[in-house]
Design a protein around this ligand. Structure first.
Ligand code: HEC
Ligand code: HEC
Length: 285
């Protein structure tokens, strides 16, 4: 130590740089030491309590003394959720969709979970929120938001559509009608006046579409007077439908609503929820 150096009476480490820079040997402040010690103790407790060390005996990991697991924590949270839901779910089991609809509390609960179920199971074909979605052939599964129903828009009809699936069959007419007859029928249908040609009754269209051409919910035959088209509604498109039919084998138009009971993808409660959810789109009758 050079005698030029004056540390003001404070103990130094004895190292001096550049002739006058010295290291003080002060203790760090008390608050700082306290913090350091506390965090060191905290680390030890934490390491002991939680599974913190990957390898303890080369076979497994140290599981911690507290018995905590991430899955356990998730399950505990899940139990809380299930308890809240359980009340509703138990009620749902024995209720008809119509009864659920009559209970505003349940309806609110059901529409919330219905939204997720719909997104997972239905939106691919019916579009987000049931607005309809076109597939590669431009075919749109029915819009579920409007009041135009093939099979009826009562809550029980909607429930039946989901639980049983739907497959409206319209036979192909290319072998039983001449091109001229198909042309006449297509023009009448395109104009929204199918019954304006006697062919409509003579060729048996009325058997499925009804004497007035407005469709029959029992078989899901389209209303041909409302200018709402399931399939291509151009003159050529209508001719194609009449000639090749719907769900009538190769070459016909496909329009199959899967049977969700058979597919086993949804529980009965889930299908009830969806029925109420779809009804609540606003088109329910
Ligand atoms: C693979 C595509 C597809 C999926 C997935 C699908 N649907 Fe459908 N859905 C259809 C088609 C196609 C029809 C019309 C059937 C017909 O034309 O005969 C239909 C018809 C319906 C109808 C009757 C509409 C009416 O006008 O009467 C309801 C209600 C319905 N679907 C609800 C649902 C719900 C709810 C789901 C989800 C659980 C769902 N669909 C999943 C294709 C689908
Ligand atoms: C066996 C019953 C049946 C007969 C017979 C039948 N249809 Fe249909 N038709 C249906 C059904 C069911 C649908 C709806 C199919 C669907 O949406 O899945 C349909 C759909 C249609 C469509 C499509 C409507 C749209 O919105 O795109 C047209 C057009 C049509 N029929 C015209 C006729 C004409 C014209 C005749 C008489 C030559 C006829 N149908 C005879 C059952 C029938």
């Amino acid at each position: 130590m050079s005698d030029k150096h004056d540390a003001g009476g404070v103990t130094t480490t004895g190292h001096v740089w550049d002739d006058d820079l010295a290291d003080f040997a002060n203790q760090p402040p008390k608050w700082w030491m306290l913090g350091l010690t506390t965090s060191a103790i905290w680390c030890v407790i934490y390491f002991a309590y939680y599974p913190a060390v990957p390898v303890s005996n080369l076979q497994s990991f140290f599981k911690g003394l507290g018995g905590w697991t991430a899955i356990g924590e998730m399950e505990a949270d899940q139990n809380i959720v299930d308890e809240v839901r359980g009340k509703y779910e138990n009620k749902l089991k024995d209720m008809t969709p119509a009864a659920i609809l009559a209970d505003s509390d349940l309806t609110e609960y059901v529409t919330r979970s219905g939204k997720v179920l719909f997104g997972d199971n239905c939106a691919a074909c019916h579009g987000t929120n049931g607005v309809g979605a076109a597939d590669k052939q431009g075919f749109i599964a029915p819009i579920l938001r409007d009041d135009d129903w093939l099979y009826g828009g009562k809550i029980d009809d909607i429930y039946a559509s989901i639980t049983g699936g739907r497959q409206g069959v319209m036979v192909a007419h290319k072998d039983v009608l001449s091109a001229a007859e198909i042309d006449t029928l297509a023009n009448a249908v395109a104009a929204g006046k199918p019954t304006s040609t006697p062919l409509f009754a003579e060729k048996g269209c009325t058997a499925c579409h009804g004497p007035d051409g407005k469709g029959m919910a029992v078989m899901g035959s389209a209303n041909l007077t409302d200018s709402v088209w399931r399939f291509d509604g151009s003159l050529e498109g209508i001719k194609f439908t009449i000639a090749n039919g719907v769900n009538a084998g190769p070459g016909s138009r496909d329009a199959v609503m899967p049977n969700f009971t058979e597919a086993g993808k949804l529980s009965d409660s889930e299908m009830k929820k969806l029925a109420v959810y779809v009804y609540k789109f606003g088109g329910g009758q």
